[in-house]
Design a protein around this ligand. Structure first.
Ligand code: R5P
Length: 291
């Protein structure tokens, strides 16, 4: 059966790679933004009636990339009975529960929107927390980019490496990385004030890090705040070099520069979001999940 693969504007290169691996009928899309901010989306090829894959990451401009994803799904559904949506980076994933009374659980809204647009299944990569996907009343799958990131780090010369999660929420991720990598791991205790967003690290007396290279593993870097806090803390504990491995590098507001100033030696991320640090290709992992 011939598979169609539509590349959303935010994921064109990654989509091309996935399409090649699946030997799919590649259909690109074009976006024009009107002066009032509206998106005009056009398919640049023909779809057949078979299964269609839509690939579109939801990174900034988040709402624009989201409406493009929904529109492509809706268009695909006009032709195909099965539409699989690959969202390598799922924006809004941190809004998966009502932390403070009255907060909208935007992931629930997204679940309704993708179902309404005609999606049969959603595939995401290293979603912030699996809780987010519980709001989708269609099939979902969360795949891991950790084996791809580990493959990169196996070729880096490191001094007695230690894997570190910057917070308790990332413990499982750090464990998976360390198990694949063949090293120890530890978890820092980060506390975030839900009202101000201020982050503090509480862990004390970590002799383990002295003189060792550390790999800070996280799902995403947005402002870099969490990584900067962790790096400063680890440097105070007299670690050697600090490397960062993350799946989604959003790097907003000069985050990369700020992280380097705080002492980060290198940031390595996957190409779920295109960018300077996004050197680990996850197209094979995604193609395998689709097959
Ligand atoms: C938080 O729990 C996440 O795993 C990331 O650590 C966090 O969202 C990254 O955001 P920022 O870079 O702004 O600290």
């Amino acid at each position: 059966m011939l598979i169609n693969l539509i590349a959303g504007n935010s994921s064109e290169n990654l989509a091309k790679k996935i399409s090649k691996k699946l030997k799919a009928n590649f259909v690109n899309s074009e976006v024009k933004i009107f002066p009032d901010g509206e998106n005009k989306i056009t398919l640049k090829g023909k779809l057949s009636k078979d299964k269609t894959i839509v690939v579109q990451s939801i990174y900034p401009p988040v709402d624009s990339n989201l409406i493009q994803a929904l529109s492509l799904v809706s268009k695909a559904r006009d032709y195909s009975t099965e539409v699989i949506v690959v969202i390598p980076y799922m924006g809004y994933a941190r809004q998966d529960r009502e932390f403070l009374p009255g907060e909208i659980v935007t992931m629930k809204v997204l679940g309704q929107l993708f179902k309404g647009a005609g999606a049969s299944k959603i595939i995401v990569v290293d979603i912030h927390s699996k809780m987010g996907l519980k709001h989708f009343k269609i099939k979902t799958e969360n795949i891991s980019a950790i084996p791809d990131l580990v493959r990169y780090f196996k070729n880096v010369k490191l001094k007695n490496p230690l894997v570190v999660s910057p917070d308790q929420g990332g413990k499982e991720r750090a464990r998976e990385f360390a198990n694949n990598f063949g090293s120890e791991y530890i978890t820092l205790e980060k506390k975030r004030d839900r009202k101000t967003g201020k982050v503090e690290i509480k862990t004390e007396g970590l002799d383990k890090v002295i003189g060792r290279d550390v790999i800070l593993v996280d799902d995403m870097i947005s402002t870099g705040g969490s990584i900067i806090k962790a790096t400063k803390f680890l440097k105070k504990q007299k670690c050697n070099q600090v490397f960062v491995a993350c799946t989604h590098a959003l790097l907003v507001n000069d985050a990369e520069k700020k992280m380097k100033i705080s002492g980060v030696a290198k940031i390595i991320s996957s190409n779920s979001i295109p960018g300077k640090t996004s050197i680990v290709d996850i197209s094979s992992t995604i193609a395998k999940a689709i097959k």
